[in-house]
Design a protein around this ligand. Structure first.
Ligand SMILES: Nc1ncnc2c1ncn2[C@@H]1O[C@H](COP(=O)(O)OP(=O)(O)OP(=O)(O)O)[C@@H](O)[C@H]1O
Length: 244
């Protein structure tokens, strides 16, 4: 493990009515402890998971558009107001790792192509050819298999977005290997990824950011209920008059 704790510095908090301090889960944040090599952030859309992950990336010295410390490419490295307002406690400190944002993966792949024009050897780290020449899921796994092997801190924002359920299971195996020498913090909606057994799950909620058991997450409960009784669910959802 590397990152042990995150503190919100109250003296650096900006306007409470403006982003990002107006997000309920962030407003209720004092400190967050990392006790496991794998930590998941889960919670409703818009609950603040990406915002906090980006703030951690910013404070860790990673490119906030995605990538590692040395990926100073053209995608706007957004300023992070929350990043300026948190302090990270490390033991030991690492500057190695990667920040993976699903929405900036395309730009990252183009960046790799650009460097490879000068030095084709660069492709070796990504499975031997351009990430653009593979499907979204294939290129994502190529990145993971070839580049995510050094000890460090890996911040992943919805990595399941590109992956079929079968590939998510393969991805679990990669997480398991990587966590032996690294730390991962993963924002996810995937009931498969959340099921990784050695992880701590934090739930982002109106009342703050709290640990939660896998079986108590909405992701698990809704998926389970839907699969167990699809007809009932669909009937409720599609047949009943909407309440306005
Ligand atoms: N740059 C921004 N400026 C203003 N508001 C923003 C900005 N980025 C995000 N928000 C808002 O902040 C809230 C939290 O967004 P965030 O992306 O952190 O949520 P999330 O939990 O990662 O959601 P999802 O599960 O949909 O990815 C949302 O209400 C969003 O609309």
């Amino acid at each position: 493990m590397y990152l042990r704790e995150l503190h919100l510095l109250s003296e650096r908090v900006g306007r409470p009515s403006a982003y990002p301090f107006n997000i309920p889960a962030i407003r209720g944040l004092d400190k967050l402890s990392f006790r496991s090599n794998v930590t998941f952030f889960t919670g409703e859309n818009g609950s603040g998971k990406s915002t906090l992950l980006e703030a951690i990336a910013y404070q860790s010295g990673f490119h906030t558009g995605g990538g590692g410390r040395n990926n100073a490419y053209e995608l706007a490295s957004s300023e992070s107001h929350l990043g300026e307002a948190i302090r990270l406690s490390w033991l030991p400190k690492t500057s190695q790792g990667f920040f993976l944002r699903a929405e900036s993966f395309y730009s990252f792949a183009s960046h790799v192509d650009e460097i490879a024009r000068e030095d084709p050897d660069v492709y070796r780290a990504y499975g031997g050819r351009s990430l653009h020449e593979r499907s979204h899921g294939e290129s994502f796994l190529a990145l993971f298999e070839n580049r995510f092997n050094r000890p460090g801190l890996y911040l992943l924002d919805e990595p399941e977005a590109a992956l079929s359920p079968a590939r998510q299971l393969i991805f679990l195996r990669h997480i398991h290997e990587l966590q032996r020498k690294s730390q991962l913090i993963v924002a996810t909606h995937s009931p498969i990824l959340l099921g990784y057994p050695h992880a701590e799950i934090y739930h982002f909620h109106e009342s703050g950011i709290k640990p939660i058991r896998y079986e108590d997450t909405e992701t698990y409960q809704i998926t389970r209920r839907f699969l167990e009784n699809r007809a009932f669910y669909l009937n409720e959802l599609l047949e009943e008059e909407p309440e306005f």
